[in-house]
Design a protein around this ligand. Structure first.
Ligand code: 5GP
Ligand code: ZN
Length: 112
């Protein structure tokens, strides 16, 4: 499958790793939108949160459970924002579920 994040997970494409466990990998975003900008992705290919189902919910839940550890490893101390874009109108460019972890400054209140 021609998926950038699957290639990062299997080591074909290098990344700056922040956290890893059995279910997920977290690495720095190539184009940071905040002083800290980390992506957390499941190690198995799930297209987006719109594809969550009974088969993959355990994996998705493990990925979400890892977010506090990811934020800690990334050095975030005063709160952060989690975003997941879905599909065309949601602005999703990489079709492998990922949670953006943004922090390291007071973020704007704007959500769109
Ligand atoms: P999306 O727009 O799909 O929610 O977010 C995709 C994110 O992946 C973007 O913020 C983009 O900067 C990041 N990205 C795309 N390609 C790469 C890559 O090869 N390495 C890393 N570390 N980030 C990437
Ligand atoms: Zn993938």
């Amino acid at each position: 499958m021609n998926c950038i994040f699957c290639k990062i997970i299997n080591g074909e494409i290098p990344s700056s790793k922040v956290y890893e466990d059995e279910y997920c990998l977290a690495f720095k975003d190539l184009n940071p939108a905040a002083p800290v900008h980390v992506l957390v992705v499941p190690k198995t290919h799930i297209e987006s949160l719109d594809c969550v189902n009974g088969e993959n919910i355990d994996t998705v839940s493990k990925v979400i459970s890892a977010i506090p550890a990811v934020a800690k490893e990334a050095g975030i101390q005063n709160g952060y924002r989690v975003i997941t874009n879905i599909g065309e109108d949601g602005g999703q460019t990489v079709k492998h579920l990922h949670f953006h972890i943004l922090g390291g400054k007071k973020l704007t209140e704007k959500l769109n």
